[in-house]
Design a protein around this ligand. Structure first.
Ligand code: DX5
Ligand code: ZN
Length: 230
């Protein structure tokens, strides 16, 4: 039988584009969610930054809860915070559907996974570009998603780090040898060209900040990423 998180991910066909709200106009966030829905992107990526784990500060649970009231998108929260173990309940209460925390910041990955999955939501682990992919191996059985960063976390609009496809390949091999199939998400500098490179090595969920929100036609940008990831 599939877990609640596996059921959650089934309604959406892969590949998935998850536009990052970080690149939207923070003065018009409700409009931004409408643009995402109108573009046919089923997910919205929510970059939570605390000014400690990364040198930038964005938004937190109250804002996410307010957006939740007016949106049916899958809320894909990426927590770049020092203390996810102590605060993960906040993001469940705010209505997030996937909650991804950084391995580098976690004390007890399994306890967080259990809590999120018991609530019927998906749990993910993220790795910075300089973290060893092999460190994920012991946690694969409890993950619904793995997020490989293709830039150093903190800011949108950075250039894609070119060894990411090699790291994705290593991750894919790790998953195959462990017999696990978490969603594979890539985040940072994604556009149709880099999406194709990542898709060839197993990426399935494509976070797009500037490539989506700064595009003249976000729906077309979304379609272009999907087309090149297929
Ligand atoms: C960076 C964030 C990303 C960022 C992506 O720390 O995790 O989600 O918003 O933005 P782009 O796609 O512009 O690199
Ligand atoms: Zn992110």
């Amino acid at each position: 039988m599939s877990s609640p998180a596996q059921q959650l991910k089934q309604p959406h066909q892969l590949p998935i584009v998850s536009p990052s709200l970080l690149s939207a106009d923070f003065g018009n966030l409700h409009d931004a969610l409408s643009v995402v829905a109108a573009a046919g992107a089923p997910w919205i990526h929510l970059d939570v930054m605390d000014g400690h784990f990364v040198p930038n500060l964005t938004f937190g649970p109250p804002l996410i809860a307010a957006l939740r009231e007016s949106s049916d998108l899958v809320f894909d929260a990426h927590l770049m915070v020092d203390n996810p173990d102590d605060t993960i309940d906040w993001y469940l209460d705010a209505g997030c559907d996937y909650i991804t925390v950084h391995l580098e910041s976690s004390r007890d990955v399994r306890a967080m996974a259990q809590k999120v999955q018991a609530a019927g939501k998906g749990f993910g682990l993220a790795l910075k570009p300089d973290a060893a992919v092999a460190d994920l191996a012991q946690y694969l059985p409890c993950l619904d998603m793995v997020l490989l960063m293709s830039v150093f976390p903190g800011f949108s609009g950075q250039s894609f780090i070119t060894d990411t496809p090699d790291r994705l390949k290593e991750l894919q091999e790790l998953c195959v040898s462990a017999g696990r199939t978490p969603l594979i998400q890539v985040d940072g500098g994604i556009n149709p060209q880099t999406a194709a490179l990542c898709a060839a090595q197993g990426a399935q969920v494509f976070v797009a900040g500037n490539a989506f929100f700064k595009a003249e036609n976000p729906a077309q940008a979304c379609a272009d990423i999907i087309a090149s990831a297929r």
